[in-house]
Structures are given as structure tokens and as C-alpha cells.
Design a protein. Structure first.
Length: 103
């Protein structure tokens, strides 16, 4: 399991800004270590963001996304106190899910 995500969700003028920093190595599988061996691919490939019970983002990622990816989205229809849930699955089957409350 990766490091806990840092999630911030703020409502302003009817729009909720959701910012997520995900701790993950995001290894492409194309680099080599000091001994010349290829480093195995290890990257997030599925991301899902929910506000309450509503899915607001479902994305497929690949090895081109940077290490410790940052995601920012803007959502309508949420209110202060709603829960924002972010989850991901990587290509090795590892999973992570974290929540925050909209302020």
C-alpha cells in the first residue's frame, strides 16, 4: 500500500476544488538500475474520485504520469461536510483509498 494521500477539498462560489497528492513511485519499467538490470514497472493505472455516493472522476493512467502525482479537479453540486473519497489501484494490484471532508 502506498503512502497516505493528502486531500484538500474546499467549496467556494458553488464549486468544490479537490486537490490530491498521491505518494507513489510511478516507475515506468524502462529505467535500469546501477547494475544494468531493468527496474520493474510499478505505476497507478486506475483512479476514482467520489463525492458522497457519486463518482465524479474515473481515470485510467499509465507509466507516463510523474512520481507522486498531483490531481486537481473542480466539482459542482457538493456541499460543506460532504465526504470526498479518492482511491487508486496500481499495476501490481496494490490499492489505496483515503477520504477528506469538504470545508
Amino acid at each position: 500500500m502506498g503512502d497516505p494521500m493528502r486531500i484538500r477539498a474546499q467549496l467556494k462560489d458553488g464549486l468544490t476544488d479537490v486537490r490530491v497528492l498521491m505518494g507513489h513511485i510511478m516507475e515506468t519499467g524502462q529505467r535500469k538500475d546501477a547494475a544494468g538490470k531493468t527496474i520493474a514497472a510499478h505505476y497507478i493505472n486506475d483512479v476514482k474520485v467520489m463525492v458522497g455516493e457519486r463518482t465524479v472522476l474515473s481515470a485510467k493512467w499509465g507509466p507516463a504520469v510523474s512520481q507522486n502525482p498531483f490531481l486537481q479537479i473542480r466539482v459542482r453540486g457538493a456541499k460543506v461536510g460532504d465526504k470526498v473519497s479518492v482511491s487508486w489501484t496500481d499495476n501490481t494490484g496494490d490499492k489505496r483509498s483515503d477520504e477528506a471532508v469538504i470545508v
